[in-house]
Ligand binder design. Structure first.
Ligand code: FE
Length: 333
């Protein structure tokens, strides 16, 4: 062994034995806003001593950055929302498939990639919101029934450009086929009270203000608005309880393909799926824990129990392009 190699060997032994090595920083690229993620990382650092640095941006710039950085990326973990987006990240090759018995035990299979490239960490339903002044819950039944003539001029929708609506449509195609789904979507578009909204909060406010009577939203937007305005004249309804159930989507994460610290990143992800972290992670955004052993917060539980669609969520990714084209054909802006 050369002197140089001997020195390197000594050096690496001392590096591995030093406690500082265990505390090497994990870098996270996060499409989830700071306030919803920082308390979780703070808790992990307090428990393990491992510092977590996170960079927050929108979905597309984070993915572009991972692509551009390639093997030189500093990112260990990608956190984002919607199975459609996680599926895209997997297709783009920026995630590393994991074999993790811990995650497999903690998170049901329909909320994970079959390859292990990503896992869901919290769940949100995309469900019907209705005016408590102008709609009786008995008038509501299914997503499909919002295409009925009864709702003409009374429905509000968010833009079809949002992945949440693309994923919901993908599950409709999976359930009904493309032709029937296009009829349903055309029915929705024909029932619109007004132009599509840029976000779910504006949509909920439109129902409250009387601009429309029903709409489709993610549960946590309702939770946020209800917190600000306890007198909100809007409630949530759980559709399709006699058939496949409510469309549930997720926020989730995957270890990056070129993670500089893959083992540390996997340990963090496994901890985030654990009973210890799930309550905190989900309740920060008024979501449902993806780990079924953990109960939702009291404020989320107050919206009532429902049957969720058990469709594997990778369908949201696999049928995303088809769904987007179908929505376009049906006139959903
Ligand atoms: Fe959102």
């Amino acid at each position: 062994m050369s002197l140089r190699n001997r020195l390197l060997a000594v050096l690496s032994v001392s590096l591995f034995s030093a406690p500082a090595f265990a505390a090497e920083e994990i870098v996270v690229y996060s499409a989830r806003i700071d306030e919803l993620i920082k308390p979780v990382f703070d808790a992990y650092t307090a428990k393990t001593g491992v510092p977590v640095k996170f960079i927050t941006d929108k979905e597309a710039p984070l993915l572009a950055r991972l692509q551009a950085e390639g093997a030189n990326t500093p990112a260990d973990l990608l956190i984002t929302v919607d199975a459609g987006n996680l599926w895209q990240a997997e297709q783009q090759g920026v995630l590393k498939p994991l074999q993790s018995p811990v995650i497999e035990a903690n998170i049901p299979p329909q909320y994970r990639s079959p390859t292990g490239a990503w896992t869901g960490l919290s769940l949100r339903a995309r469900t019907i919101a209705y005016s408590t002044e102008r709609v009786k819950p008995a008038e509501l039944s299914t997503y499909e029934a919002l295409a009925d003539a009864q709702w003409e001029g009374r429905l509000c929708l968010r833009s079809s450009k949002k992945v949440y609506n693309q994923s919901l449509t993908a599950t409709l195609i999976e359930a009904h086929g493309a032709a029937r789904t296009e009829e349903i979507i055309k029915g929705w578009v024909g029932n619109l009270a007004t132009d599509v909204f840029a976000d779910d909060t504006a949509l909920l406010q439109a129902i409250d203000a009387g601009q429309c009577d029903v709409g489709l939203v993610n549960t946590y937007y309702f939770g946020r608005l209800q917190k600000q305005d306890p007198d909100l004249k809007v409630k949530l309804f759980w559709p399709n309880q006699n058939d496949r159930g409510v469309h549930v989507n997720l926020s989730g994460a995957g270890v990056t393909k070129y993670a500089p610290h893959p083992a540390a990143a996997q340990a963090l992800l496994e901890w985030m799926s654990s009973t210890e972290a799930q309550g905190l992670f989900a309740s920060l955004n008024q979501e449902y824990p993806a780990n079924p052993a953990v109960k939702p917060s009291a404020e989320v539980a107050a919206w009532g129990e429902f049957k969720a669609d058990s469709i594997p969520l990778e369908v949201a990714g696999k049928r995303q392009a088809e769904a987007t084209m179908l929505m376009d054909r049906a006139g959903w802006n």
